[in-house]
Design a protein around this ligand. Structure first.
Ligand SMILES: [Zn+2]
Length: 359
């Protein structure tokens, strides 16, 4: 966009680059630590017999390198190539770049509420919390004519039906074992629905395996062309709670691959190419390895409020890993997401301030 200023009789023209995205893809991978994002596999956890699933040779071969930059890229190759080169990555606390939960609880429902409402309400204090009373940014955007009926959410965990208040918000939320395609599923949707139903269910009836979320979301992108889509993966958190470090790393590595797959589709489809932003983050952190607390997270687990985020695409300047000391909060994400689309999120509750990713 081109701005003209007339000041003291002199005309200046400035070519400020303030392009905004028409579409946005929001991705979360539950409880994945900033420590692995920025430092790759942790050798102390990987060597610990309690956590390595008797297979440290495998994870060392796959994910280890002495150099930290090389190591983190082995775990998340898309993040540390395409996103690093073209976007921004926040939350490396070793450099003083801090991103925190503003909520006091450091677990999932309060974290996702904070991401999407921008309001870390202290009343939202349980994963069993009823349908969210607060308006979320996806719901707000869906009320605007240009996004109406062009918003969808996919989550491995069934709580998203409550977190995003599907009934009130009118956004289709495909969560847990929800089927896609309604009463008239396409052959792809029917196959995915049948496989989901017949799949191994290590997390019980509340959460499916991430692969089903990924395939449902990618198929929806390809066939329904939403302007705003949210995709929530859950396995990183589940395997960490089980103390299965190999599975935790492999889950994160798959998420990185799936974000890559989504971005490849985006950049090869005229509906999305060069007019789409990606926002990638997490609901909460986890404890640290020294006390073996990496498996857990809540207000009694030190450091589990520490999170990270990354963004790339239209309207986002290429800065790579952000190395300047600063303090950001998860409650700023909702307004940041709206801002990437050139919109201002309005709701009846306080909303955290937008982070300007265009500078
Ligand atoms: Zn958890």
């Amino acid at each position: 966009m081109k701005y003209f200023f007339c000041l003291l009789g002199i005309t200046f023209s400035s070519f400020a680059f303030s392009q905004t995205a028409e579409n946005i893809i929001i991705v979360t991978t539950d409880g994945f630590r900033w420590q692995e994002v920025f430092k790759g596999m942790d050798s102390a956890i990987a060597n610990n017999k309690k956590f390595n699933q008797n297979d440290s040779a495998n994870i060392f071969k796959k994910y280890w390198a002495d150099d930290v930059r090389e190591r983190r890229k082995k775990l998340m190759p898309f993040l540390w190539s395409m996103i690093e080169q073209n976007g921004q990555i926040y939350g490396n606390r070793d450099l003083g770049n801090k991103v925190d939960n503003a909520n006091l609880y450091w677990f999932s429902y309060p974290g996702y509420n904070e991401i999407f409402t921008g309001y870390p309400d202290t009343a939202v204090n349980s994963n069993k919390y009823p349908p969210n009373p607060h308006t979320n940014v996806l719901e707000y955007l869906n009320t605007l004519p240009m996004y109406n009926n062009k918003v969808a959410a996919f989550g491995a965990w069934d709580a998203f039906n409550r977190i995003l208040n599907e009934e009130r918000s009118k956004i289709p939320v495909y969560a847990g074992f929800d089927k896609t395609g309604g009463s008239n599923p396409s052959p792809v949707e029917k196959l995915r629905n049948d496989m989901l139903e017949d799949s191994y269910k290590p997390f019980g009836d509340e959460e499916g395996l991430d692969v089903f979320t990924q395939y449902a979301a990618l198929d929806y992108l390809q066939t329904k062309k939403p302007k705003i889509i949210y995709i929530s993966y859950g396995e990183t958190d589940e395997w960490a709670h089980s103390g299965q470090y190999r599975d935790y790393l492999n889950a994160a590595n798959r998420v990185d691959k799936w974000v890559h797959d989504i971005w490849d589709f985006i950049q090869n489809d005229p509906a999305y190419k060069n007019k789409t932003a990606l926002f990638f983050t997490v609901d909460h952190g986890r404890g640290d390895e020294k006390k073996e607390e990496w498996t857990s997270h809540n207000k009694d687990i030190k450091g589990s409020y520490q999170i990270w985020f990354a963004a790339m695409g239209t309207g986002i300047k290429a800065k790579g890993e952000v190395k300047t000391p600063q303090q950001l909060y998860q409650k700023q994400f909702a307004q940041t997401i709206a801002g990437l689309l050139g919109q201002e999120f309005k709701a009846a509750h306080p909303i955290g301030e937008r982070i300007d990713l265009n500078k």
